[in-house]
Design a protein around this ligand. Sequence first.
Ligand code: TXA
Ligand code: MG
Length: 323
Amino acid sequence: MFPTPEEIAGAVWHLRAGRLVAFPTETVYGLGADAFSAGAVDAVFALKGRPGKNPLIVHVADVDMARGAVADWPREAQLLADAFWPGPLTIVLPKAANVPDRVTGGGSNVAVRCPDHPVTLSLLTAFGGPLVGPSANPSGRVSPTAAAHVRAYFAPQQVMVLDGGACRAGIESTVVTLTGSGPRVVRLGVVGAAEIAKVLGVSVESGSESGDGTGAMPSPGMLANHYAPRTPASLVNSNAILTGLADRTRTFAVLTRQSLTNETPHTLIAMPTDAAGYAANLYAALMRADAANVDAILIERPDISDGDPLWGAIMDRLQRATA
Ligand code: TXA
Ligand code: MG
């Protein structure tokens, strides 16, 4: 099922020609392009319809490659890389001079991450340099967690897709910035702030409050309506799910943890009860719900009482999907 070495070589050829290659990661699929080619990076912004001020994550095969994209690699970065790479942690540091300004949205800092997926690690190694990789979706839409999702968003002429199967974690990496006086999480994700604090031995600020475009945005891309399906979606309690299903005048797609039998005209989508399972399935469920062509999506508020810190990142995404 995974791409053959010939397909990886073909993808490298594409990238060298300045074209785009979608790659699998453990979080979501990324829209890859040569991070040092301003033209290729421009093509990524254009295809996504992404505002130029929203910086891209630079993906690397290892710490050596990361060092080539940043001005300085402090001890904190090394500790985090030792603990979490390859893995779902993105580290923001002052950028190296040769990283094109459009990668960083005109800013002086660059985000670097080493993804934990064998296909993309081979791609990065074979390409021999860093690749930008925003989630492979049009700006503002739900991130893809399967190759089929990427193919549903973009045409084969626009992007070559490397199929690495379904993404294990299912929501985006945690973004931590080391550019201030102390480490600060600017996007909640798979790695918890407490885990980062433990590795660094200092407290970690978490500034991932929903940016609404009016105040200072902790991370330039964190607009409140990110990760949203096109169908209106709301986060509701369990009773509202039953009330919705009894309503025959409208159609709903329902994301629920209750075991209910399918009730036409509605579409039922079963959600796992554990945080890891919920995260892994969330975006595929939202895309299925969107594709069902219903009047509205009802998302049952998950039971987060097991205290898994991953629920924080999941609730962040649910709030955005229903904003
Ligand atoms: O899991 C992930 O991170 C995925 C996979 C493909 O690696 N990528 C991803 O990229 O989610 P994207 O572009 O959809 O989200 C990147 C986030 C945005 O919120 C952006 O604002 C933030 O990272 N970011 C990127 N560069 C930054 C920088 N220099 N300073 C602060 N935030 C930055
Ligand atoms: Mg994204």
